[in-house]
Design a protein around this ligand. Structure first.
Ligand code: PGA
Length: 254
């Protein structure tokens, strides 16, 4: 059985005090318990601190972004090599907030994916449609284009030891009710498409869901056969709610 992967995406939130207290309490609660597969994605400036704080626990640290370059004269940027060097495990790629606010395009996303793989980090490729695309019934087409960007350029093997996060843009940061059956169908669609290329990879790949996940809907979401984890933004900043979500994992039997 795959352990559900729970990732807290803290986005542009937190400070040194918040990161230290949150992670100290989390490590204490988890107490080296190996049944959990948990990752925290703090802001770039708190990555090192988070790594040091969680060293003896099962918690792995995730970066929210990287640069497209490995090194050189790129003022203000951070490379996958640098993240690997300090002990990061996962990197979010193509989050909709980066696609929208930083105008990241397919070319950037592909380059970042390559950088992450080259450095033996695990990419979390974020995909998903806008509200307009949803209304036009283009969800499947959009998701397919976004995963095909990787398959067509790097081959299906690039998805070995990689993660896909289905994050419909209309559901992010909204606290809206989610139609879980519909989300499951999209996850199944994504997995079936990967299966067309490689059965083993389609079985093993983690397909996470993100967008308005909270301690009330997490259990139902995680019970779906094709949802292998959740990426939580807003609700993961509340320690008590995050702990409630983690405890739910014990009830998930797939
Ligand atoms: P949300 O964000 O949980 O606040 O909707 C999810 C995400 O952007 O990863």
């Amino acid at each position: 059985m795959k352990k559900p992967l729970i990732i807290a995406n803290w986005k542009l939130n937190g400070n040194k005090y918040f990161v230290n207290i949150f992670l100290e309490k989390l490590c204490y609660k988890l107490n080296k318990n190996k049944i959990y597969n948990i990752s925290i994605a703090p802001s770039l400036i708190h990555l090192n601190e988070a790594i040091l704080k969680t060293k003896k626990s099962c918690i792995k640290i995730c970066a929210q972004n990287i640069d497209i370059n490995s090194f050189g004269a790129f003022t203000g940027d951070v490379s996958a090599t640098m993240l690997k060097n300090i002990g990061v495990k996962y990197v979010l790629i193509g989050h909709s907030e980066r696609r929208i606010y930083h105008k990241e395009n397919n070319k950037d996303i592909l380059k970042k994916f390559i950088e992450v793989k080259k450095n033996n980090l695990i990419p979390i490729l974020c995909i998903g449609e806008t509200l307009k695309e949803k209304k036009k019934k283009q969800t499947k087409k959009i998701c397919l284009n976004q995963i095909n960007l990787i398959i067509n350029n790097l081959g299906i093997k690039a998805f070995k030891n990689s993660i896909i996060a289905y994050e419909p843009i209309w559901a992010i940061g909204k606290k809206i009710p989610i139609k879980i059956q519909k989300i499951q169908k999209i996850h199944n669609f994504i997995r079936s498409n990967i299966k067309l290329y490689d059965k083993k990879i389609s079985k093993k790949i983690i397909i996470q869901y993100g967008g308005s996940v909270n301690h009330k809907n997490a259990e139902q979401i995680l019970k779906q056969p094709d949802i292998d984890g959740i990426l939580i933004g807003n609700n993961s900043l509340n320690f008590n709610n995050f702990i409630k979500i983690i405890k739910i994992i014990k009830n998930i039997k797939k």
